[in-house]
Design a protein around this ligand. Structure first.
Ligand code: PMP
Length: 429
């Protein structure tokens, strides 16, 4: 049993010494002190078990503390942990080889970073270097990071400070539920063409988007959007960047990468979160030709792709294969989505159920016609679920979407438990 510091002590220390900006992210009024994790379960200071349907924002793909992953981390820590770049170490090149084997076409070169933000920053810089152009187009409601270029491409005021946002244009969000063109992806794609024609010199550096917006509330880009946009972007000399930080690593079930469901191949792919199952690691995967841009000057990253993190990442990849977690996300994710759709028929407050595999969004509205965000109810429901032992995440511009992104080992029984618990909470609303 756990005999470490209790919530009250942690809360006091946080109040005294940690940035006050952090508190807004605590999910519950009485915040959980999570001290242990195993597979799809989390345990609090009293040993109470919770079913984890959030996975730390799509971070945990293999399940908490997977023995193979932990072993890889510990073995490497015992052997050597060092800078990734000034000496050779096989852990780094082995993972690079295994990771790039998962990509189509000429996406064969990888650069490791410590986070998704860093990886997106690098991707944008690579595109600007390669094209010799500055203008970048991103999608409204998307999230790409918290440094200057990535905060610029992020398409929500909630995540922006007053930085000078240079050369970024935000396109209409191809959101089938709330977007102005419904689910007609090609109509939204015309907005990108218009930005190129009327807002730039006609030449652009890049277009960047998630295949399923995570922070934005699990919004899958309308069908037909990405193929049409990629065509416009390439005609304007730009590169297509896929931000797979949340929707990558088999999470969508039908495919290993989110972009694959749209039948496109990007020029640059950005990875983080699930890549390390909780270890700080990110990556940019691109073609050898585009990667060449970084040879013009020095680009150094002290910890990016160090032996410890890459050993861990390699173990994650092996576990996904060995335990057929992609197939599980596909089968169980579809089952879970079907059950949630049925729940929607029963409860008017559920305005939309969407997503793919283990990246599912449930949007709550007080009025189905007006789609009025049910923000207070969403918070209340989350608390009720927690009290019944189920953890989900929250997102969307209006904070009225459940984000269901469990570890990929989530089972059919877990899905039943989650939906039944939601049914009880909704019935009591
Ligand atoms: N891209 C996407 C799609 C993300 O969801 C996030 C994190 N929420 C990032 C980039 C930034 O990653 P990090 O927090 O590791 O910098």
């Amino acid at each position: 049993p756990y005999d470490g510091p209790r919530s009250s002590e942690i809360i006091r220390k946080r109040a005294n010494h940690l940035s006050p900006s952090l508190s807004q992210f605590l999910l519950y009024k009485n915040p959980l002190n999570i001290v242990d994790g195993k597979k799809q379960y989390l345990f609090d200071e009293d040993g109470r078990r919770y079913l984890d349907a959030y996975g730390g924002i799509a971070v945990v793909c293999c399940g908490h503390c997977h023995p193979d992953v932990v072993k890889a981390t510990v073995n490497q820590a015992n052997r050597i942990q060092h800078l990734p770049v000034v000496y050779l170490n096989h852990a780094i090149s082995d993972f690079a080889e295994a990771l790039t084997a998962k990509f189509p076409g000429n996406l064969k070169t990888v650069f490791f970073t410590n986070s998704g933000t860093e990886a997106n920053e690098l991707a944008l810089m690579l595109a600007r270097l390669y094209t010799g152009t500055q203008d970048v187009i991103s999608v409204r409601n998307g999230y790409h990071g918290n440094a200057s270029a990535t905060m610029g491409t992020t398409g929500q005021r909630l995540w922006k400070y007053n930085l000078v946002q240079t050369g970024v244009h935000h396109a209409q969000n191809p959101d089938s539920y709330r977007g102005i063109f419904g689910s007609d992806g090609e109509k939204y794609a015309k907005d990108v063409q218009e930005i190129i024609d009327y807002g730039t010199s006609g030449r652009i550096a890049a277009f960047v988007s998630e295949a399923i917006q995570g922070v934005g509330g699990v919004i899958e880009l309308a069908p037909g959007y990405l193929p049409a946009v990629y065509k416009s972007v390439r005609k304007a000399g730009g590169l297509c960047i896929a931000d797979e930080v949340q929707c990558g690593f088999a999470r969508t079930g039908s495919h290993f990468w989110g972009f694959e469901a749209h039948g496109v191949t990007p020029d640059i792919v950005v990875l983080a979160k699930g890549i390390g199952n909780g270890i700080p690691l990110g990556a940019v995967v691109t073609t050898p030709e585009i990667a060449q841009g970084l040879s013009r000057r020095n680009y150094f990253n002290t910890f990016g792709g160090n032996p410890l993190c890459t050993s861990t990442g390699h173990a994650v990849l092996k576990v996904i294969e060995k335990e057929k977690l992609k197939e599980n996300a596909d089968v169980v994710g579809s089952y879970l989505k079907d059950r949630l759709k049925k729940l929607q028929e029963k409860h008017d407050i559920i305005g939309d159920v969407r997503g793919r595999g283990f990246m599912i969004g449930v949007e709550f509205v007080t009025d189905r016609e007006l789609k009025t965000p049910a923000k207070t109810e969403t918070n209340h429901l989350m608390g009720q679920l927690k009290d019944m032992g189920v953890l989900v995440g929250k997102g969307g511009f209006n904070g009225n979407v459940f984000r269901i992104t469990p570890p990929l080992c989530f089972t059919k029984e877990d899905s039943d438990f989650l939906v039944d618990t939601m049914d009880i909470a909704l019935s009591k609303l």
